[in-house]
Ligand binder design. Structure first.
Ligand code: HMG
Ligand code: MG
Length: 306
């Protein structure tokens, strides 16, 4: 029996800290801090940073600075700066802010769809049609994010068929990339592989990404398991920032530093400088006034301090 499943030689890490990470912070983080965070991440070498979210400020007040953030960041040529756009109002704002990629975000769970974006799954897809068409007309990349693909805080189990169905709908909208998201971090490795393999029946593996929150400490194992079945794009947050305002108890995304440390150990290229990400993690943790949630980040910082 071959115990060594083949892993990708290179993966794309999408840094989502400035959006998914910070959106959950209760205290308003000023735009200049977010801008410095994004600039530090750009400097660390990410090819794709989720920098903003053009949603209702009543729903997610922390993201109300998105216009300023997008206007203030120092962009590096070739880097994709993404923004969440739940509807045409969000799309118009993202377009005006020169986002490179817009993200429509739906759910595999009916209950979560209602709580997060105030409509059913089918209604959300209808709402996304206009956004998807406008994105294509303007030559922007389009990403589809599917929440609760592994479990839902409101309805519990989410059937594989429901995930497959939404992946197919996102594909038909013309998404360039589709995120399979573990919003509440409940997945375990075999379940992860089952969901990913099912998603791959609907969409090319090279365009699928794993978006794992680390609530139950399973995210790195799930990333490894995803790579074993051919997934090579992952989302993470510097310093493990985050949570979800509509998923109580969910902690942040898997920490970027932890993912980079694992990739380095596996000899998988990311193009990202781990030391600079640790610096960015220290910067934002200091601002937030708490210790960062990245194990690797804290270990590297402690070692530096001698
Ligand atoms: P609604 O109340 O049904 O929408 O919300 P509406 O069309 O009736 O509009 C209500 C008000 O919101 C109006 O203002 C609109 O102008 C305004 P009013 O007239 O009352 O003053 N509005 C907007 N303002 C700014 N930008 C907009 C926008 N749209 C409407 N784009 C809506 C529907 C989708 C807008 C709302 O539910 C919403 O904003 N939800 C956002 C939820 C959210 O951001 N969740 C977190 C991100 S998803 C996530 O984190 C998961 C992910 O990480 C993957 C994972 O882990 O699962 C991606
Ligand atoms: Mg998330």
């Amino acid at each position: 029996m071959n115990m060594q499943a083949s892993l990708p030689q290179r993966v794309k890490i999408v840094e989502v800290g400035p959006r998914d990470g910070l959106q959950n912070e209760k205290e308003s983080v000023p735009a200049h801090v977010k801008i410095e965070l994004v600039d530090r991440l750009t400097g660390a070498g990410f090819a794709n940073i989720e920098a903003a979210s053009f949603v209702s400020p009543k729903w997610v007040p922390q993201m109300a600075t998105s216009v300023e953030v997008m206007a203030g960041i120092a962009r590096r040529a070739g880097v994709i700066y993404s923004a969440l756009t739940p509807n045409m109002q969000g799309f118009e704002a993202a377009l005006a802010a020169s986002a490179d990629e817009v993200v429509i975000f739906g759910s595999a769970s009916e209950a979560f769809s209602q709580k997060n974006i105030n409509c059913s799954i089918v209604e959300s897809i209808a709402r996304f049609e206009g956004v998807a068409k406008a994105a294509k007309d303007h030559g922007l990349r389009l990403r589809g994010s599917i929440s609760c693909a592994f479990g839902c805080p409101y309805q519990g189990e989410v059937p594989l068929d429901a995930v497959a169905d939404v992946v197919g709908r996102m594909r038909d909208l013309g998404c360039d990339e589709i995120d399979i998201a573990d919003t509440i971090g409940v997945a375990t490795p075999r379940k992860t592989q089952a969901v990913m393999l099912r998603a791959m029946e609907q969409f090319r593996a090279a365009g699928l990404s794993g978006h794992f929150h680390d609530t139950y400490g399973q995210a790195l194992a799930n990333i490894y398991a995803s790579m074993e079945v051919g997934i090579a794009i992952f989302h993470s947050s510097v310093s493990g920032l985050g949570g979800c305002p509509y998923a109580k108890g969910a902690t942040g995304n898997v920490a970027t530093e932890d993912v980079l440390y694992m990739m380095r150990g596996l000899g998988i290229e990311t193009g990202i400088d781990l030391d600079l990400v640790v610096d960015a993690g220290q910067f934002i943790s200091q601002f937030l006034g708490r210790k960062g949630a990245s194990r690797a980040g804290n270990a590297i910082a402690a070692k530096r301090a001698g």
